[in-house]
Design a protein around this ligand. Structure first.
Ligand code: PLP
Length: 378
């Protein structure tokens, strides 16, 4: 059997919707973006601005707080590198905070000691779709007058204390990459309740133009756009938005399937001696964007051996990144010690997980992991 890490859940509906956009002749940012943004905005009870990735969403969200060179932004190291890169794009310094190896999420206890007069923002990551402890993070932000930009790349459909991530809070950024719960190929969303911020984000995603192509097209008189500040081309296409609209219709089903599959993994993998399953705090209802476990022994060598054995059986697995250990960050900021993050980085294994995963496929992963972990420990 060959089992990939993920499979996007795409059907004829998406193919038809994208074809219709191509046939319409309006393929770049246009009416479908507006429809997609309205749909997502209605779901999240906020303004939604679609851009071409979560990386560019985070970049613009941070641009909105006008960071100055030398300003500091607190971010967990245990994340995909984009969470920290966006801080560097804005000439600020990422201050890496520990994550809790049990939840894989930012450790709220570790934030306050990093705050100083240069700190301007916190970028909590809802890692693998598990909401971070937002009440504690927002209360620290309030106490120290900091912005919060939520890296919700993985967290569409996840809830914190019964509220959807993105439906409250300052500004949240989602990814629509194929490893996320719904996809547009590449894509991202900036989500905010603040109408002024949303307008500015719309402007910045398209070179700072005060009017979009759609505004100009719909106008009954000739209108010209103006450029009041430096903007970017972070636009997404109408082909992608059409796909996003169809994907969104499947979101509830996808979340239900992911929950069912996660429960089976939890039940079966929780019994394996030598493995921890992710611990879910009572405030969180995750979307199960990714399924990851941790081996109990703090040994990257053992973890790698297990991953290689899984690959020999045709099962793809992935590691979890710790950004402060990447060469570029060591070159730039020197060696930093984050023991809890390093333990998670050395012991985590991301397993195959997707809504169309069959019982046979899931059983095959479970059985092999059981045997491989048992043999590897002996
Ligand atoms: C936590 C996190 N932040 C940011 C990103 C970047 O998302 P994108 O690929 O849409 O730029 C990812 C992508 O996997 C991610 O996992």
């Amino acid at each position: 059997m060959k089992i990939p890490i993920t499979k996007p859940f795409i059907g004829d509906e998406e193919i038809r919707a994208v074809s219709e956009v191509i046939k319409s002749g309006w393929i770049t940012q246009g009416p479908k973006i507006k429809e997609f943004e309205d749909l997502m905005g209605n779901y999240l009870k906020s303004n939604c601005v679609a851009v071409n990735s979560c990386t560019t969403a985070l970049d613009l969200a941070l641009k909105n707080i006008d960071l100055k060179p030398g300003d500091e932004v607190i971010v967990p190291s245990l994340s995909f590198i984009a969470s920290a890169n966006c801080i560097l794009y804005n000439n600020a310094i990422p201050r890496f905070v520990e994550s809790d190896p049990r939840t894989f999420n930012i450790d709220a206890d570790e934030i306050e000691p990093l705050i100083n007069e240069k700190t301007k923002a916190i970028v909590p990551v809802h890692q693998v779709g598990l909401p971070a402890d937002l009440d504690r993070i927002y209360s620290l932000a309030k106490k120290h007058n900091l912005h919060v930009v939520e890296d919700a790349a993985c967290a569409l459909g996840s809830q914190y204390k019964g509220k959807l991530i993105g439906s409250f809070g300052e500004i949240s950024c989602f990814s629509l990459h194929p490893r996320k719960v719904i996809t547009t190929g590449e894509g991202g969303l900036i989500v905010t309740k603040d109408n002024k911020i949303a307008d500015r984000m719309r402007c910045l995603r398209s070179h700072g133009a005060t009017l979009s192509d759609l505004d100009r097209h719909k106008s009954t008189e000739v209108v010209f756009e103006e450029y009041e500040e430096l903007g970017y081309n972070y636009r997404i296409t109408d082909m992608q938005a059409a796909m996003g609209i169809e994907q969104f219709k499947k979101l509830e089903y996808i979340l239900k399937k992911r929950k069912e599959l996660a429960e089976i993994y939890n039940e079966e993998l929780g019994k394996i001696d030598g493995i921890y399953i992710q611990s879910i705090p009572s405030y969180a209802t995750p979307n199960h964007q990714t399924y990851a476990v941790r081996i109990k022994k703090n040994s990257a060598e053992l973890r790698n051996r297990i991953m290689n054995k899984m690959l020999e059986k045709g099962i793809a697995t992935r590691r979890m990144q710790a950004v402060h250990l990447e060469k570029y960050y060591i070159r730039r900021f020197g060696k930093i010690s984050l023991p809890k993050t390093e333990e998670a980085n050395h012991t985590m294994i991301i397993l195959p997980f997707y809504p169309s995963m069959s019982d046979d496929e899931q059983r095959y992963v479970i059985q092999n992991l059981k045997e491989i972990v048992r043999d590897a420990q002996n």
